[in-house]
Design a protein around this ligand. Structure first.
Ligand code: SF4
Ligand code: SF4
Length: 374
């Protein structure tokens, strides 16, 4: 069978298998949940392991999104969540990158069990290459459970400051303990990156060399850098903690309009400086979180201009396979041209725009290339 069509057939199979296990109530709960229809973000499909976070990081945009400080596990059971993902038209078994922990800390005591169960169950049925980001130092026991849940899991350990963590991340465990847990995770064979996000101007860039040096001692695989995003609420909270927000406001491309409007500050100069430290220390710099995930799973990706990432050539794709796939969707094309980084389709005709969006995500997640239509 055409390997591209096989991905859709596998998706159907997993969906039917889960339907045979789940109750009618569970099926309808999963269908109503946003994991069943949301489009993946550039880092992959974000999966919520909890609602709310108690770590209270001053730079966090989660309170501005209306999430509470008191965390609780995400309400879907692991099988319901997996079913919701199997229903999602933009999620492809074995291929779509999954990112746990985007709007909460996954390993809070209230959510840790749920997070590990989610990672294990999603991997069991859908085999999504998965990544998790955390500020909680993980123990041997946690590392064992994670390795069992997803053997190639990519773990991002967040540290942005050593000296100001007690002010900027008041309820989070010490950054030194987080850095030490890199070693624990590595000893269990997990792929671990230092996550320096958000870079706080005047703080992270000044401390980066020391943080990187400790991460290297603990055998980190690489580092992912990320810019600060601000809202009026974040600026106010930073200022109340005594941080000179001019460092941030002078880097804003425009003023955020309200607390729902997150604006990313310009920080390419800071990233360059941190990259220089990393190069000096022999630490690999991943251009994005997804690049660490791709490497952890020994895959290759050419889907955006930051790449190529991972190992070797992009996945083999025959033009005929794409033509047949479009036919499978009752569509047609004039021509298809595949190269290392793009799939160019001329004269694509599909029943509706949703199929085009599915094809766009399929090209990124499965073919690991960009879709160009003309
Ligand atoms: S751990 Fe993450 S979600 Fe929780 S407060 Fe800090 S930045 Fe926000
Ligand atoms: S090429 Fe690299 S940075 Fe771009 S989507 Fe792929 S893994 Fe991510």
């Amino acid at each position: 069978m055409n390997p591209l069509i096989r991905v859709f057939e596998e998706k159907k199979r997993v969906k039917e298998e889960l339907e045979s296990i789940l109750s009618r109530e569970s099926i309808s709960r999963a269908r109503r949940d946003h994991h069943s229809w949301r489009e993946p973000r550039p880092c992959g499909m974000t999966i919520h392991t909890g609602i709310g976070c108690s770590l209270g990081c001053v730079y966090c945009y989660v309170p501005d999104m209306g999430f509470p400080m008191k965390p609780k596990p995400y309400p879907l059971s692991p099988l319901e969540l997996t079913y919701a993902l199997a229903l999602n038209p933009y999620v492809f078994p074995g291929h779509t990158l999954a990112a746990y922990g985007s709007v909460t800390e996954p390993f809070l005591k209230e959510t840790k069990i749920r997070a590990i169960e989610y990672i294990a169950t999603v991997y069991k049925y859908l085999k999504l290459p998965s990544q998790v980001s955390t500020k909680i130092p993980l123990t041997d026991e946690d590392a064992l459970a994670l390795k069992k849940a997803e053997p190639s899991l990519s773990v991002l350990v967040t540290v942005i400051t050593l000296n100001h963590s007690h002010i900027l991340e008041p309820n989070a465990p010490s950054p030194l303990e987080r850095l030490e847990s890199i070693r624990v995770l590595r000893e269990h064979g997990l792929h671990v990156s230092l996550f320096m996000r958000p870079i706080i101007p005047g703080i992270t860039d000044r401390e980066a060399e020391k943080i990187l040096a400790i991460a290297v001692e603990n055998k980190v695989n690489g580092v992912v850098l990320g810019s600060l995003r601000v809202t009026p609420g974040i600026l106010k909270r930073l200022s109340l903690k005594g941080y000179n927000v001019v460092e941030v406001t002078k880097r804003l491309p425009r003023k955020p309009r309200n607390n729902r409007d997150q604006v990313t500050i310009k920080s390419s100069d800071l990233k360059r400086r941190i990259e220089e430290y990393a190069v000096k220390l022999g630490v690999k710099v991943y251009p994005s979180a997804c690049a660490a995930n791709i490497e952890a799973h020994k895959l290759s990706c050419y889907a955006c201009r930051l790449g190529p990432c991972g190992f070797g050539r992009p996945p083999l794709v025959k033009e005929k396979w794409i033509i047949d796939l479009i036919d499978y969707f009752n569509g047609s094309v004039n021509s298809v041209e595949v190269n290392d980084s793009t799939v160019k389709i001329k004269g694509l005709r599909l029943k509706d725009n949703k199929l085009k969006t599915i094809l766009k995500h399929f090209t990124v997640s499965v073919l690991r290339r960009r879709l160009v239509l003309s």
